[in-house]
Design a protein around this ligand. Structure first.
Ligand code: T5A
Length: 215
């Protein structure tokens, strides 16, 4: 497997979607057809149905165990049918959320046993980890305000503020445990400034090929 797997993480409204799109456009100037943007949940056809269930259709009575397994099912299909094949081709795969979301949300947020979450993640990914995770760190109330302006909150966004605060603490713990894989980025700044920092981080990795000639 020779591609690179770059994951964007963070609390609600941290700016992952904004930054992942800009990063993809920038990376495409190095390697036009080799940049794939995807997300969890919902990176595959089956995943889109699971996403609909998780974010819109299920009510608050769904058990935490069921929620965990649905995120795991989405990931298993995503890794096998999309992420691994692209990495095998040597592509850059940019993914909006991956295993650290499950640890932060279902583990730290819901309080689910972390060892069980590791087992579900292991089954779903077959051991695949990101090469780099860009954690866009933001005060949860700032992020929730951003998403509320956008419209009706989904099932996860409607969770209590202390749930989201535990999720943020989860990301901090993960960044402490995996300092080489997870890079913390202050997301409470102008999007242009954040994007410049992301580009600098990626340039430092030396993963980018020489720019292709324009013809
Ligand atoms: N989940 C997911 C789990 O619980 N377990 C799991 O294992 C997985 C994989 C996914 C939900 O599922 C949960 C986590 C989530 O609750 P989602 O819709 O994909 O749902 O949710 P998010 O990933 O949080 O997506 P959002 O769109 O809500 O947030 P983003 O992508 O972080 O933010 P973005 O870029 O869309 O920006 C939000 C708003 O802020 C503005 C944007 O213009 C936009 O309006 N904005 C900024 N404003 C000011 N300054 C900046 N720097 C800004 N950057 C963006």
């Amino acid at each position: 497997m020779s591609g690179k797997f770059i994951v964007f993480e963070g609390v609600e409204g941290a700016g992952k979607t904004t930054q992942i799109q800009q990063t993809a456009e920038w990376l495409q100037s190095w390697c036009q057809e080799r940049v794939i943007v995807t997300r969890e949940p919902g990176g595959t056809e089956l995943g889109r149905q699971i996403r609909q269930l998780l974010l819109d259709d299920l009510d608050s009575l769904v058990s935490h165990r069921t929620e965990l397994l649905l995120y795991g099912a989405d990931r298993a299909q995503h890794v096998e049918s999309l992420i691994r094949p692209h990495l095998d081709r040597g592509d850059f795969v940019l993914c909006d959320r991956f295993t650290d979301s499950t640890i932060a949300y279902q583990g730290y947020g819901r309080g689910f046993d972390l060892a069980e979450i590791d087992r579900v993640n292991q089954i779903a990914t077959g051991g695949l980890q990101s090469d780099l995770t860009l954690w866009l760190d933001l005060d949860v109330s700032v992020g929730l305000e951003r998403v509320l302006v956008r419209g009706k909150p989904d099932r996860m966004e409607r969770a209590a503020i202390d749930f989201h605060q535990r999720v943020r603490r989860g990301y901090q713990e993960l960044a402490n445990i995996y300092p080489n894989r997870i890079v913390k980025i202050d997301a409470d700044r102008d999007p242009v400034v954040i994007q410049t920092e992301i580009q600098s981080i990626l340039l430092e990795t030396k993963w980018l090929p020489a720019k292709e000639s324009p013809n």
